[in-house]
Design a protein around this ligand. Sequence first.
Ligand SMILES: Nc1ncnc2c1ncn2[C@@H]1O[C@H](COP(=O)(O)OP(=O)(O)OP(=O)(O)O)[C@@H](O)[C@H]1O
Length: 348
Amino acid sequence: MSGEHRADENRADGTGRPVDPTPEQEVQAVLADPASRTVVDPTAVNPDLADPDFVADVVAPSRDIGAKVGEPLLEVSGLTVRFGGVTALDDVSFTIDRGDIFGLIGPNGAGKTTCFNAITGVYEPAAGSVTFDGRPLKRVKRHQITRRGIARTFQNVRLFGEMTALENVVVGTDARHRTSVLGAALRLPRHHREERDAVDRGMALLEFVGIGARAAEKARNLPYGDQRRLEIARALATEPKLLCLDEPAAGFNPSEKVALMELIQKVRDDGFTVLLIEHDMKLVMGVTERIVVLEFGRKIAEGTPAQVRDDPKVISAYLGVPDESDEAAVGPEDASVPGAGEGDDGRA
Ligand SMILES: Nc1ncnc2c1ncn2[C@@H]1O[C@H](COP(=O)(O)OP(=O)(O)OP(=O)(O)O)[C@@H](O)[C@H]1O
């Protein structure tokens, strides 16, 4: 196509009559304002975004989680994954209840990511089963996992660097769209409505994770911490029943970790169930209800944070690990353990 038809961009119906700008065009107009090139006022897009309750409602539109909090959402049974001669995960079982923040921890190479990947369909297990929301996840393709209600973030940030923060999140909402490709091509009303909803929801998600003002910034230009927040927003855009976070605090300083923990709690309080893989014991102890500890691919402990941190097998697994997690592993009452409820924001 040559550029000669560009003036007709808004005449998508081919009649030559002007039609309303699409939601994307409206938002682009706000975002293209030179005064808002990198910092935008989300309330200019939607004044309701000034209300945190409105934002929380948009982020979690169906708070009805289909069962009482406390009932199982994910059941992992006898999960085993092998890579050639290496058994990366060996007969691991645990259950995540709805509404929980569940921690999966263990030293380097313990099998945490492998477990995560087996749950989310990246690896096919050699043995065992995963039941999610009452149905087996066996042989479910990766994109179907999202449809089934599991979303994840990765150890290494994986964003579309050249897209804006808002576009990254809107891409996530696509997973929920019901319009057919033909419907989208013909710009049927349903497609138009879904597009509008996706943009509204995208802005709300960015606001929810604390980066609404950076909606127009290219993802690659965001500070690292904001990129991590954006990843969480994008995962939430798929309206997951289970949000899986793979080492979300990697590379964070202590105050960023505390802020992240607050965000994780907020996500859960908004109606989501969270599986948190973390290396940082302090973070996990402060935010989770239940924890499974892996070592060399096997489950060595399970319980509440208090039970786990007093378990000699856990202490021994973490001893000698040369990072700040040692202190938390053997110093449970450490006043600096974040999330202990004293409102300590951990800032220097
Ligand atoms: N794709 C793979 N091919 C072969 N071996 C693998 C593969 N992925 C993981 N492993 C091995 O499986 C074991 C568990 O690794 P995994 O990455 O799951 O551990 P982890 O607990 O997530 O570690 P970390 O905290 O360092 O991310 C390790 O011995 C690792 O070398």
